[in-house]
Design a binder for this molecule. Structure first.
Ligand code: HT9
Ligand code: FE2
Length: 411
């Protein structure tokens, strides 16, 4: 199915409405799609080559990143976290008497997405619903997953045989938000025991930096245009003027509101883990720079870091926050508390299963679509050109789960 991005027409046979809400279907498999990570020293460089495939990241940068993995025995914590999440999803599905087998496939390491799709098909399933370990809109966090699924369907020749849809981005789903809220409560209590003056505490909401151009392309075009207008930003200017940062700011605001311990405490959204050449602008400020500037400007004694952009404690959390940002705090004589990621928090897992259950035609009762911010609940089926990125050779990859998807539909 092809859509004209300028004037999308909605084909009622496609099974979704003009708000991108997909009608329930009889899905017969659930795919947990994640990033993947190395499981030993020998995996580190091949893994990094996979991640940076076709993007010309210099070897020096790969070596720099490799060092973070090397220091942890060449093992990323992400795979064990996904095994635990898969088990938790299976348990929650079974608790609710939902009969849906769960499969796991990664973009960059074994088990890879194409093999997993083949396995799903070989096991006799024909309609898979995907949940990714990524909550926000953007190329890396949404579209790249949809592309990898689209490319995998072509590669395995399962196009037209296996239908693949995806659960919407869930940044403002109550399950995701509540798991952060609980961690923030505990983290702030710990901080308040060390620093008894709230004016000397600052909350940093930390997320993955992305290129400004990816941020500007995140989400549907009309929303990006509206945000740019609303914030009075210059074209290309970010931080609230693009869907990626606006979604984070909206969730941060909700958290500051629902967590009583946060009353009277200042906060800001900061970024981490930037890569790529310095000539390409990425979202700023970096958490370390922001901490230094704050310490210069104000009488500050402690920082609470909420890893708002991350679903589990993977390498970018344990290295860039728990190692580097913590060191910066120590140098500046600041107390440092990093609050938990959702991981396998019961509210988070139940929230993911709610979003799956909403989509299942075989259930008598489906949960309401929930979303706590003005942006949610997000689209089940992405808008035309959502989070688009044109490849270096000028082509675009096939995607699933969007109105302009050509694969993954009509099994
Ligand atoms: C938005 C976002 C998420 C969250 C959403 C999602 O989950 O997808 C995410 C997750 C992750 N990113 C991860 C690791 C890496 N990300 C890299 C590179 C990049 N990430 C980017 C963005 C994101 N990344 C971008 C714009 C690049 C630039 C290069 C490119 O255009 O691709 C590189 C290459 C080396 C480097 O340049 O740093 C590595 C090794 C791991 C695994 C950690 C572990 O092993 O525990 C995870 C979960
Ligand atoms: Fe998207």
């Amino acid at each position: 199915m092809t859509e004209n991005p300028a004037a999308p027409s909605f084909d009622p046979r496609a099974g979704y409405d003009e708000n991108g809400v997909m009608e329930p279907k009889a899905y017969d498999a659930l795919l947990l799609a994640s990033f993947g990570g190395p499981e030993g020293q020998d995996d580190v460089i091949p893994f990094l080559r996979n991640v940076t495939r076709g993007r010309g990241i210099p070897d020096e940068r790969l070596e720099e990143v490799a060092a973070h993995y090397r220091a942890h025995g060449g093992v990323s914590p992400i795979n064990d976290q996904n095994r635990a999440l898969k088990a938790a999803l299976e348990e929650e599905l079974s608790r609710r008497n939902i009969d849906l087998p769960v499969y796991w496939g990664n973009r960059n390491w074994d088990p890879y997405v194409p093999e997993t799709l083949q396995q799903i098909y070989d096991d006799g399933h024909r309609r898979a619903l995907t949940v990714t370990t990524s909550a926000y809109s953007g190329y890396s966090s949404c579209r790249q997953y949809r592309e990898d699924l689209g490319v995998a369907l072509r590669e395995t020749r399962l196009e037209g045989k296996l239908e693949v849809d995806k659960v919407r981005q869930y940044f403002d789903h109550p399950g995701f938000v509540q798991s952060f809220a609980e961690g923030m409560r505990d983290g702030l209590r710990t901080m308040l025991e060390r620093v008894d003056d709230t004016s000397k505490i600052h909350v940093f909401f930390a997320t993955h930096s992305i290129p400004d151009s990816d941020a500007a392309a995140a989400g549907p075009r009309p929303l990006a245009e509206e945000l740019t207008r609303r914030t009075g930003a210059e074209p290309g200017e970010t931080n609230g003027a693009d869907a990626y940062s606006a979604q984070h700011l909206a969730v941060a605001e909700i958290l500051m509101e629902v967590v009583d311990e946060a009353a009277g405490i200042d906060w800001s959204l900061v970024y981490q883990s930037r890569s790529g050449p310095p000539s390409v602008p990425w979202l700023e400020p970096d958490i370390n720079d922001a901490m230094e500037e704050l310490a210069q400007q104000q009488d500050i004694a402690g920082v609470v870091v909420v890893p708002l952009g991350f679903v589990s404690d993977h390498m970018e959390v344990v290295w860039d926050l728990d190692t580097e940002a913590k060191e910066t705090a120590e140098e500046l004589n600041l107390e440092f508390v990093r609050t938990p990621t959702p991981g396998t928090h019961q509210r988070f897992v139940a929230g993911l299963v709610d979003m799956v259950a909403e989509r299942l035609a075989q259930l008598d009762e489906r949960p309401q679509r929930a979303g706590m911010s003005e942006f949610g609940p997000w689209y089940d089926v992405c808008r035309p050109d959502c989070c688009v990125k044109t490849m270096r050779d000028g082509t675009q990859k096939p995607t699933v789960a969007a109105v302009d998807s050509e694969v993954g539909v009509h099994a």
